[in-house]
Design a binder for this molecule. Structure first.
Ligand code: DQA
Length: 143
């Protein structure tokens, strides 16, 4: 089974981007950690990142036939995107939402995520380790 890990805008610069908030690990480090957890449970990881909302929507469409589950950090689109939420509603497997920072501890505009309405659960504030934790939960849900 394949798990899609989708990352939204500005996360391509993870590691360089506001390290005091998001840490110094890169998206490649995230992929390595998640691939390792996946291997423990016979799950394959495909990680994707885009700065474009429509691209993320299209990857969710692709996941309908290609993925058993989705782990998504929609980044800033969490707080704005009905389009990503609607796409996720058409996906039949589990959806887990990850935020590196604790969005509830930050500015009020980060407290609401449209995507959470479709997520089995949300991990926020555990740094990049949140992705690997989500992978473990994905394994619990799928294996
Ligand atoms: C984020 C939190 C969002 O508010 C922000 O826009 C991001 C990253 C996080 O992982 O903590 O880009 O999703």
């Amino acid at each position: 089974k394949t798990i899609y890990i989708l990352n939204g805008p500005n996360l391509n610069l993870l590691g360089k981007r506001e390290p005091e908030i998001y840490g110094t690990d890169t998206l490649m480090d995230v992929e390595v950690a998640c691939t390792q957890v996946g291997a423990e449970f016979g799950l394959t990881v495909k990680q994707l990142q885009s700065n474009h909302e429509g691209q993320l929507v299209e990857w969710v469409h692709e996941a309908r036939t290609e993925a058993a589950g989705i782990i998504i950090n929609p980044a800033a689109y969490s707080h704005t995107s009905v389009a990503i939420l609607d796409a996720l509603h058409m996906f039949e497997g589990p959806v887990l939402e990850v935020h590196i920072s604790n969005i509830h501890k930050r500015e009020t505009f980060r407290h609401h995520s449209y995507v959470s309405a479709r997520a089995e659960g949300v991990i926020a504030g555990f740094g990049v380790n949140g992705y690997a934790l989500a992978m473990r939960q994905m394994a619990t849900l799928l294996t």
